[in-house]
Design a protein around this ligand. Structure first.
Ligand code: AMP
Length: 217
């Protein structure tokens, strides 16, 4: 199977090709067509399986339609750490180079001024850690009711870090009609509960741990 078989646009296929990837990984094969069709998804996959591209690629095609509005991001990706959030934003830059999407990274340890300026102009993709997002929301700097696509990445790490109450609160501020994608390496009971509460008839995809030889692909 090739990336072209997954239903991605020509612009994206070109960016993927230039990244040097010739074949989609199992999580990409399982996730991309469902996400493009608008379905909710539970992806049980670890880092190293290509899971980031499995949500970034279809998101770029979904967001290529429609326009951003001030203070109302169109999509939200929640990451447990600043480092992961920064990596996801690099993926958007790499795969989105032929799509003009605007992005804001809301992470702790960075001055809020520039983040707020980006939000005021309107962004297609907001990539955030839960703490900083809640902080900006409580200051009235951000509206979440335009977020029709939500990604909760590394959910089991969010649990370990005590972020589940924040995530529940964030979910309750997003429109009910949204599309939600949840990724986790494991599915302990609190994550199953979160998925049951906030996802709607999700497709479930589980992939094996990457072989040691492929961990650094
Ligand atoms: P991730 O699981 O998202 O952290 O990705 C792990 C690594 O695999 C990253 O360095 C990606 O650049 C790389 N990668 C993602 N998709 C593919 C693919 N289809 N073929 C080869 N490498 C990939």
């Amino acid at each position: 199977m090739t990336f072209a078989d997954l239903g991605l646009s020509d612009q994206l296929l070109r960016a993927v090709d230039e990244s040097g990837y010739s074949e989609p990984t199992p999580i990409q094969r399982g996730a991309i067509p469902s996400v493009l069709m608008g379905r909710d998804l539970i992806g049980i996959a670890q880092t190293g399986t290509g899971k980031t591209a499995s949500f970034v690629l279809p998101m770029i095609d979904i967001l290529a339609h429609g326009r951003s509005r001030a203070l109302m991001p169109r999509s939200l990706i929640l990451e447990p750490t600043r480092e992961l959030a920064a990596q996801v934003s690099e993926n958007f830059e790499k795969y989105g180079k032929y799509n003009k999407l605007s992005m804001a990274l809301l992470i702790g340890g960075v001055q809020m001024g520039d983040q707020v300026k980006a939000l005021e102009k309107g962004v297609d993709v907001l990539i955030a850690t839960p703490g900083r997002l809640m902080d900006l929301f409580q200051r009235g700097k951000i509206l979440l009711n335009g977020c029709e696509l939500l990604v909760i990445d590394e959910a089991d790490r969010m649990l370990d870090m005590g972020f589940i109450p924040d995530i529940e609160e964030i979910c309750s501020k997003l429109p009910k009609s949204r599309q939600t994608l949840l990724f986790s390496a494991t599915m302990p009971p609190p994550i199953q509960k979160l998925a049951a509460k906030f996802l709607n008839e999700p497709k479930r995809i589980e992939v094996a741990r990457p072989a040691t030889a492929n961990v650094n692909i």
